[in-house]
Design a protein around this ligand. Structure first.
Ligand SMILES: Nc1ncnc2c1ncn2[C@@H]1O[C@H](COP(=O)(O)OP(=O)(O)OP(=O)(O)O)[C@@H](O)[C@H]1O
Ligand SMILES: [Mg+2]
Length: 225
């Protein structure tokens, strides 16, 4: 069953938030395990803030010696396994990437973000070579403005699109997304009297989840062809 990692060598790129958004969206229809493989444990912290949505399990990884077993056990139990990684290269990161069916690389749309994303893609490519297996990856623009893009942002977007697969959907900078770290749970559990724009955030999250499923289908067909 699909194993999806969130990786970026840059801290604060949006890995944990994007993993929570995807997990809570997928869990509308199926069982999902989230593995917190970041020693900073922000995902585990989120999981304790309120009751978790049905069909979501959160595991705090015991570290590099345990991660492969944790992944295979989770994959045997649930339809999707999502792994939130730390913002730097490590053996743990490398093990998780090598087990993944898709590595999502969140990035902002400044030049430095794009450079970091390309660096992360290079790490994934190294892992692919070491394992003699193509590890599919895709860049996700996260924390971007929902408004019209500047010339520079367009340029950076085009640069990354020329270099690699990029999600059509961007996870825009939205209060509803950042609120998940305060409130816990998913977008549907947020209180509309306290958080603005929940509906738009849900539409954005649904588009992201649908695109993840499409990419998984596409790469699965490519690998059996
Ligand atoms: N789409 C978004 N909209 C609004 N805020 C966001 C979004 N994505 C991330 N954030 C905020 O940005 C901060 C960093 O995001 P997050 O923790 O997801 O990054 P990370 O890549 O997991 O960081 P680290 O490498 O430190 O683990 C958080 O405070 C989060 O609330
Ligand atoms: Mg994180």
């Amino acid at each position: 069953m699909p194993i999806i990692s969130f990786a970026s060598s840059k801290g604060g790129a949006g890995k944990t938030t994007s993993a929570i958004i995807l997990a809570t969206e997928l869990a509308q229809g199926t069982d999902v395990t989230l593995i917190d493989a970041d020693p900073a444990a922000r995902l585990s912290r989120w999981s304790k803030l309120s009751e978790l949505p049905d069909r979501i399990n959160v595991i705090t990884s015991e570290g590099e010696r345990a991660i492969q077993d944790e992944i295979s056990q989770a994959a045997a139990r649930t339809t999707f396994v999502l792994i939130d990684l730390e913002g730097s290269a490590s053996r743990l990161t490398s093990f998780a990437i090598s087990e993944s069916d898709l590595v999502i690389v969140p990035t902002g749309d400044e030049q430095q973000d794009a450079d970091e994303a390309i660096e992360t893609l290079a790490q994934i490519a190294m892992e692919s070579r070491a394992r003699r297996r193509e590890i599919p990856s895709a860049v996700l623009f996260a924390r971007t403005n929902a408004a019209v893009k500047s010339k520079l942002e367009k340029h950076i977007n085009a640069e990354l699109r020329a270099a690699t697969r990029v999600f059509e959907t961007e996870l825009h900078r939205r209060t509803a997304f950042s609120s998940l770290h305060n409130a816990g749970g998913g977008l549907r559990q947020l209180d509309p009297s306290e958080v603005n724009g929940i509906d738009k955030a849900i539409v954005n999250a649904q588009a992201f989840a649908a695109e993840v499923v499409d990419i998984l289908e596409e790469t699965r067909h490519a690998s059996v062809a």
